[in-house]
Design a protein around this ligand. Structure first.
Ligand code: 13P
Length: 256
């Protein structure tokens, strides 16, 4: 089963509109080879930078994602952004349930599930993040934690829609710490995730779902990680903030 590799940059709370535009222009200048069409390249700026980035990326092979979405269509939800707002702003992908949102902003598997349903209904392509804390990994709870996140987060989604969801496995202990899961550990965990997806949606759907790795991924380790059978790309934080490090990582992920 061949799954198209997807490399997405999560800019988190970085880059003004002008800085975002500049980064996309620099990426475009580097990503001219049609060979880059063999993977999906996505950047996910903060909300206020999306407009500038969509404009800069237009007509290029760079796709744009958001970092969050609210589940309601509209209404009294101060500070929130709806699916329709993202769609009409030119967004194609949306990150849901990042561990920083779970950790600092009260995100739960139930709210992840609501956001996912809103994204799917609007035709956005969701990137749903799951991952265990350090103490959970050390306590031998990784598989249990991931299973709970998968069952709660993907509850009530049809197999047809699930096949198009991207799952990002981000061990929380590897995010921004410089510690990466070894390719073996990452592969073993991705295989567990795919097994759980197969239990919920069947083998055929599970084989179609792209599972990204995230957590201190960079040019140095991208090749070996993406070479694993169940690792279909990466969700990148720090290394996505500069054109040279992001392009170097993309090249390694492609085996270039
Ligand atoms: P780093 O690549 O900075 O570790 O961040 C990973 C991440 O959280 C991407 O969503």
């Amino acid at each position: 089963m061949s799954r198209k590799v997807i490399i997405a940059g999560n800019w988190k709370m970085n880059k003004t509109a002008a800085e975002g535009r500049e980064l996309v222009e620099a990426l475009k200048a580097e990503l001219t080879c049609s060979c880059y069409d063999q993977l999906d390249i996505v950047v996910c700026p903060p909300f206020t930078t999306i407009g500038a980035v969509v404009e800069a990326a237009r007509g290029s092979r760079i796709k744009v994602g958001a970092q969050n979405i609210h589940w309601a269509a509209n209404g009294a939800f101060t500070g929130e952004i709806s699916a329709d707002m993202l769609k009409t702003a030119g967004v194609e992908y949306v990150i849901i349930g990042h561990s920083e949102r779970r950790q600092y902003f009260g995100e739960t598997d139930a709210t992840v599930n609501s956001r996912l349903k809103a994204a799917i209904a609007a035709g956005l392509k969701p990137i749903v993040c799951i991952g265990e804390l350090l103490e959970e990994r050390e306590g031998g709870l990784t598989e249990k934690v991931l299973t709970t996140q998968i069952r709660g987060g993907f509850d009530g989604i049809s197999g047809e829609k699930m096949a198009e969801v991207v799952v990002a496995y981000e061990p929380v202990w590897a995010i921004g710490t410089g510690k990466t899961a070894t390719p073996d550990i990452a592969q073993e965990t991705h295989a567990h995730i795919r097994k759980e997806l197969a239990a919920m949606f069947g083998e055929e759907v599970a084989a179609k779902v792209r599972i990204q790795y995230g957590g201190s991924m960079k040019a140095d380790n991208a090749r070996e990680l993406v070479a694993q059978p169940d690792i279909d790309g990466g969700l990148i934080g720090g290394a996505a903030l500069k054109a040279d490090s992001f392009v170097a990582l993309i090249n390694e992920a492609m085996g270039k």
